[in-house]
Write a protein that binds this ligand. Structure first.
Ligand SMILES: Nc1ncnc2c1ncn2[C@@H]1O[C@H](COP(=O)(O)OP(=O)(O)OP(=O)(O)O)[C@@H](O)[C@H]1O
Ligand SMILES: [Mg+2]
Length: 112
């Protein structure tokens, strides 16, 4: 299983959520985040205004899925979150050892 963490522009959240739903992913965590990338100290456009602050509002999406679905999920997130402008965000992928569904006790891919 893989954990996909995607830092995206907040206004792209609904599109990304819908894209992940379309490929069959059922669970998702959303975390409000702040961060900066390579343009630290430079302006970035956010909701039509230019910001010079270091930390810009971002949304982090976390989704855990089977290895089979991971590449499709990454492509879906990239396609939905991309504007082509700076600050579109990043996707981090890591291995997940175990998942436990608390209500049923299922483990592994059955629990995702
Ligand atoms: N190396 C990193 N580690 C952790 N978080 C990061 C990293 N790079 C970017 N982020 C997070 O992703 C957000 C968006 O990054 P951003 O898209 O600006 O990256 P970038 O490398 O500057 O690319 P671009 O040139 O397209 O802007 C940042 O605000 C930060 O929250
Ligand atoms: Mg940047």
């Amino acid at each position: 299983m893989k954990k996909i963490e995607a830092i995206i522009k907040p206004f792209k959240l609904d599109e990304v959520k819908d894209a992940l739903h379309e490929i069959g992913l059922q669970g998702l965590t959303v975390v409000e985040a702040k961060g900066f990338g390579r343009q630290k100290g430079h302006t970035e456009l956010y909701r039509g205004a230019e910001y010079v602050v270091d930390f810009l509002p971002k949304v982090k999406i976390e989704v855990v899925c089977s290895d089979d679905l991971a590449e499709r999920a990454i492509e879906a997130i990239q396609a939905a979150a991309r504007t082509g402008r700076i600050g579109d965000g990043k996707i981090f992928v890591s291995d997940v050892q175990e998942v436990i569904r608390i209500r049923t006790g299922e483990r592994g891919e059955d629990a995702v």
